[in-house]
Ligand binder design. Structure first.
Ligand code: PRE
Length: 290
C-alpha cells in the first residue's frame, strides 16, 4: 500500500515536471521573440546592443516573491528564475561577464555566478581598468565589481566617465546571498545600457567638489540634504584641487539631476560638476525573503 502511494505521488511529480518543462519551452520561444525585436531595433540604428534589462528583471523577481506561498524557499525560487533568465538572455546575444577586483584583490565571483547563471563565461581581470575596458568595448556584456570601499586606492568607479556609455545598472545580491564563500560580498553590475526605472530604485552620482571641504562636512551636508543618501567613495584628483565623491541617493533621479543639484547648492556644497553614473533596483530585503 505504501509503495502504491509512493508511485502515485511520483506520478504526480512527473506530471508537474512535464508541465513545468512545457512552460519553460514556451517561455524560451517568447524570449527569442523579444530577442528578435531587439535585433530589429539594433538594425534600425538603436545603440543599445546588450539584452540585459535589470529593471525588468527586478520587477519579475518582486512579483514572484510577493505572490509566493508554501514551503519552497523564496531565494531558491529566485535562483530558478535567475537560471532561466540568464540562459534565455544568452540566446538573444553573447553574454560574457567581466569580473573586476578591487585593490585588495576582492571580487564577487559567487554573486556573478548566481546572478548570471551556470552557462555564462566569467572572465577574471587583474585590474578594474581591464575589466571596465572589456565592458566598454563589448568583449563582455556586463561587468561585476565589488561595492566601493571608502578611501580605497584606484576605485573602479572613476572610469565611469562622461565619454563612456557604461553605467552601474544593478546591485548584487538582489535576492538571496550565496551560502558560504562570498556570503558577505556586495557588488555592482556595469553595462552599456540605458538606465530604467524599476519602481523602487537608487541613483548613483559622481560629484566634483573642492578638496578644501572636508569629507566629514561633505558627509554631513549630503546626509542633511537627502534622507537615506550614502557616500560610497571618494577619489582625489592629483592634478587639481578637485575631489570626486560617489553618492548613492534613494529614488530614480536620472531625469531629475537638477533636483539633486539644488539640494547640494542649498547645503552650500556648490559642486563644480555632477553626473549620474548609474541607477539600480533596490534589492529585496532579507525579511521579504524569509
Ligand atoms: O524583457 C526582456 O527584455 C527580455 O529580454 C526577457 C528577459 C526574461 O527572460 O524575462 C530576459 C532578459 C532581460 O534582462 C529581462 C527579461
Amino acid at each position: 500500500m505504501a509503495n502504491l502511494d509512493l508511485n502515485e505521488l511520483r506520478g504526480e511529480i512527473d506530471e508537474i515536471d512535464q508541465a513545468l518543462q512545457s512552460l519553460i519551452i514556451r517561455r524560451t520561444k517568447v524570449v527569442q521573440a523579444v530577442g528578435a525585436y531587439k535585433d530589429r531595433m539594433i538594425a534600425a540604428g538603436g545603440k543599445v546592443k546588450v539584452p540585459y534589462r535589470p529593471a525588468r528583471e527586478a520587477r519579475i523577481m518582486r512579483t514572484l516573491v510577493e505572490r509566493h506561498e508554501g514551503a519552497f524557499p523564496k531565494t531558491a525560487l529566485i535562483q530558478i528564475w535567475r537560471e532561466m533568465i540568464a540562459a534565455g538572455t544568452r540566446l538573444e546575444a553573447p553574454y560574457t561577464v567581466a569580473l573586476g577586483r578591487n585593490a585588495d584583490g576582492l571580487d564577487c565571483w559567487e554573486l556573478a555566478r548566481l546572478n548570471f547563471g551556470c552557462l555564462n563565461e566569467i572572465i577574471e581581470f587583474d585590474t578594474p581598468r581591464e575589466a571596465f575596458n572589456a565592458v566598454e568595448d563589448g568583449r563582455a556584456a556586463v561587468g561585476v565589481f565589488p561595492k566601493p570601499q571608502l578611501g580605497e586606492a584606484q576605485p573602479w568607479w572613476v572610469h565611469l566617465s562622461e565619454q563612456s556609455p557604461v553605467r552601474v545598472v544593478s546591485k548584487l545580491p538582489f535576492g538571496g546571498r550565496p551560502v558560504g564563500r562570498g556570503e558577505d560580498t556586495e557588488g555592482f553590475v556595469l553595462a552599456a545600457i540605458d538606465l530604467e526605472d524599476s519602481g523602487d530604485d537608487r541613483t548613483l552620482f559622481v560629484v566634483s567638489l573642492s578638496k578644501e571641504i572636508s569629507m566629514d562636512t561633505v558627509r554631513k551636508k549630503i546626509a542633511d540634504g537627502i534622507d537615506g543618501s550614502v557616500i560610497l567613495g571618494f577619489s582625489d584628483d592629483e592634478a587639481t584641487d578637485r575631489r570626486f565623491v560617489l553618492v548613492d541617493v534613494p529614488g530614480f533621479f536620472c531625469n531629475r539631476t537638477n533636483a539633486f543639484q539644488s539640494t547640494l547648492d542649498a547645503q552650500g556644497l556648490r559642486p563644480e560638476s555632477l553626473r549620474v553614473v548609474g541607477a539600480y533596483a533596490v534589492p529585496l530585503a532579507e525579511d521579504a525573503l524569509s
